[in-house]
Design a protein. Structure first.
Length: 339
């Protein structure tokens, strides 16, 4: 089998498509022949700023969906020919073989799950990085600045907790709403007015417009009046000054609740709250990959939202996708078809 990849040779370089070494496989990995890959904010940020990369050249890309072609000796829940999605982690491993922007990628099997036949690879590809990021913020220890929710389940349950998801129509936000809703909590989302329906379809009970000058008042009132009233905090899926101008005053007014962020948090967090930056790759949420994700997709508990927007086919589209993502994408995930 011959492999090709979209490689980066250094900071602020463009993605160069060419031949690449076929990934070797570790005992706990699988090799996936990619059918679809997706673009994330981290991809163009790494290209422009050199974040995380210790040695160039590197193959980036986190979201992969395709078919298993090789299995490590310690992998027993997957087999060759399985349709799967996976979270590629070259940004952590520092090994090009673990980047999704290639035809064949090696992924740790605990970050791989089967894709139901009812879903296309393009749909499945919106899940991996956003799932891990949202799950880490929602389920990690509350004492460490995260939200500390119980695990989601396939069957509806009730909870006495309430959470806010800022950026509810983003990839992380949409997954965050769904995962929180699957724990039974009362979810309040903050998003653009044009994306209210998307947030509701993910499971948000109430949605408020971040462009509304009174949004802080509305959200605080919703937290304090609607039952349940055990407010645990905010998952900020945007984590920039535009969101901190809203979420920090909410926490100040409420006098409680943590703030989980996807980028460096605000410097003016209230003393009554804790905050922590979400590391999108860890083994804490691996049980959800093994036991929850595939049946949740099969049963519709977990939906592939926001919907994919296919920008074309071939690795040559990676550069185009990163540039488009940098300009701003709303309520959709940019996908590239490779097969």
């Amino acid at each position: 089998m011959a492999n090709q990849a979209a490689c980066l040779d250094g900071v602020r370089h463009t993605f160069r498509v060419g031949s690449a070494q076929m990934p070797n496989i570790d005992a706990k990995e699988v090799i996936i022949e990619n059918h679809s890959i997706a673009i994330n904010l981290i991809d163009w940020k790494v290209r422009d700023l050199g974040w995380l990369i210790q040695t160039w050249q590197m193959i980036l890309g986190c979201d992969a969906a395709g078919v298993v072609v090789e299995i490590g000796s310690d992998v027993h829940h997957l087999k060759q020919g399985d349709r799967v999605l996976g979270h590629a982690v070259s940004l952590v491993s520092q090994r090009p073989k673990n980047g999704a922007f290639q035809h064949y990628v090696a992924i740790e099997a605990t970050k791989v799950t089967k894709v139901p036949d009812s879903l296309s690879f393009n749909e499945a590809c919106v899940i991996p990085l956003a799932f891990d990021t949202a799950a880490t913020g929602l389920f990690s220890d509350r004492h460490q600045g995260y939200l500390g929710l119980e695990w989601p389940t396939l069957h509806a349950k009730t909870s006495d907790k309430k959470v806010i998801v800022y950026g509810g129509s983003s990839s992380v936000g949409a997954l965050g709403i769904q995962l929180a809703a699957a724990t039974g909590v009362y979810v309040i989302a903050i998003a653009s007015a044009r994306n209210f329906d998307l947030c509701h379809s993910c499971g948000a009970y109430e949605v408020f417009d971040y462009n509304d000058p009174s949004v802080v008042d509305h959200v605080v009132r919703a937290v304090e009046t609607a039952k349940p009233t055990d407010f645990v905090g905010i998952l900020d899926a945007i984590s920039q000054e535009e969101s901190y101008r809203i979420v920090v005053p909410i926490l100040e007014r409420l006098g409680r609740g943590n703030l989980a962020t996807v980028l460096a948090g605000p410097s003016n967090i209230p003393k009554t709250s804790k905050t922590n930056y979400i590391e999108g790759v860890n083994d804490l949420v691996d049980p959800l990959w093994m036991d929850f994700m595939s049946p949740a997709l099969e049963q519709g508990v977990l939906k592939c939202l926001p919907e994919p927007f296919v920008i074309g086919g071939g690795l040559e589209r990676v550069e185009e996708g990163c540039l488009a993502n940098k300009k701003g994408v709303s309520a959709k995930k940019l996908d590239i078809e490779l097969k």
